[in-house]
Design a protein around this ligand. Structure first.
Ligand SMILES: [Fe+2]
Ligand SMILES: [Fe+2]
Length: 358
């Protein structure tokens, strides 16, 4: 038995003790709904950034974040219907990283669906990822809800195919958060046409939930918290009554409402990013975030890392964030205000500064 196996076993044993004590995030699902027959839940894990060092060595912190989320997800009661993995499983897209991440995900007791992240993609343009996890974009129906996965981290062909001398260089250039050599993410024409076809036969009242890695909204271009053709994708989703977009990549809790579309970001299991609005200033910060947000502390290393439990009720999402080192949070769609809100902190008095300027 190698040391990694011992660690995992000890960890799971520890989890059992926590379960007996009743402090697992099980209580997070105790949400009261009028029409409970339509409710179902799924779990969301994202941005583990599994990083290969050499040989059989990987960055242990990132491994641990993913191992923990898988273990906790497996212990949830009631059991989620499925799990979504939100992208950036790897750090530099190598086979070693993707294999190692896939091995950890294989421990999930549920079917899981994967979203492509830029860290998974830009070494071999998603070829090995595709072998492990299947198509880069796809859709399925579950209990009356239409689910869609898009690969939103594509960019201009010229940047991808001509600009860099090696695939490794291309990967490194796209892996940086604020690298001026990066290129804006986009869904692209091919997938937009596919999406249009995919949505064609759907009834307008069918709830739609779309998973992407980058936000399908323009938040901050400097860090690629951004999708260049976000408006075009949003336009395709506009005819539907209940639309939710869930995205990874930003490593922080974010929520927003644009027209009929609710947006929810999920946390990373690896590390939190700071909030671009603190740095970007209003001019580069688009769109206007329409719902004031209570934020975790980006300067506290493990704050805002974790995974999430999602309750889907009559087409809109309640998302419970299981923060590894902070109080758990729930962001739920409020039918009265037609937007997602933090159920505990939405009132201005309870909001933690610097959010008080909203
Ligand atoms: Fe990431
Ligand atoms: Fe990412």
């Amino acid at each position: 038995m190698n040391s990694r196996q011992i660690t995992r076993r000890s960890f799971l044993k520890g989890m059992g003790a926590i379960a007996a004590g009743g402090t697992l995030p099980v209580s997070l699902v105790e949400l009261a709904f009028a029409d409970s027959s339509r409710n179902f839940t799924f779990a969301y894990i994202s941005d583990s950034h599994i990083q290969h060092i050499k040989g059989t060595q990987f960055v242990r912190n990132w491994d641990r974040g993913l191992i923990r989320s898988v273990a906790e997800t497996n212990m949830l009661l009631p059991k989620p219907d499925f799990v979504v993995y939100g992208g950036d499983l790897a750090q530099l897209g190598t086979q070693a990283e993707l294999d190692h991440g896939a091995e950890m995900l294989a421990k999930l007791n549920y079917k899981y669906h994967c979203v492509m992240g830029e860290h998974d993609y830009y070494l071999d343009l998603g070829r090995y990822w595709g072998k492990l996890f299947g198509p880069h974009y796809y859709s399925w129906d579950h209990k009356g809800v239409h689910f869609i996965v898009l690969n939103s981290i594509l960019t201009y062909d010229k940047w991808t195919h001509e600009r860099w001398p090696t695939p490794e260089q291309r990967m490194l250039e796209m892996a940086g958060l604020d690298n001026p050599n990066g290129s804006p993410f986009m869904v692209g024409k091919k997938q937009r046409q596919w999406l249009q076809e995919d949505l064609k036969t759907l009834k307008k009242e069918t709830p739609v939930v779309l998973f992407s890695h980058s936000p399908i909204q323009k938040i901050y271009k400097g860090w690629n918290f951004w999708t260049e053709d976000a408006e075009e994708v949003q336009a395709l989703l506009r005819p539907f009554a209940d639309v939710t977009v869930v995205y990874g990549h930003v490593h922080q809790i974010q929520y927003n409402q644009i027209g009929n579309i609710s947006f929810h970001a999920v946390m990373a299991t690896a590390w939190p990013w700071p909030y671009p609005e603190s740095y970007a200033q209003a001019k580069t910060h688009l769109p206007k975030i329409t719902v004031p947000m209570n934020r975790a502390d980006p300067f506290f290393e493990r704050d805002a890392t974790g995974w999430q439990f999602i309750n889907l009720k009559t087409g809109r999402i309640d998302i419970s964030y299981n923060l590894y080192d902070n109080t758990n949070r729930t962001v739920a769609y409020n039918r009265k205000t037609s937007r997602p809100e933090d159920t505990t902190y939405q009132s201005p008095e309870k909001r933690i500064p610097p959010q008080s300027h909203y």
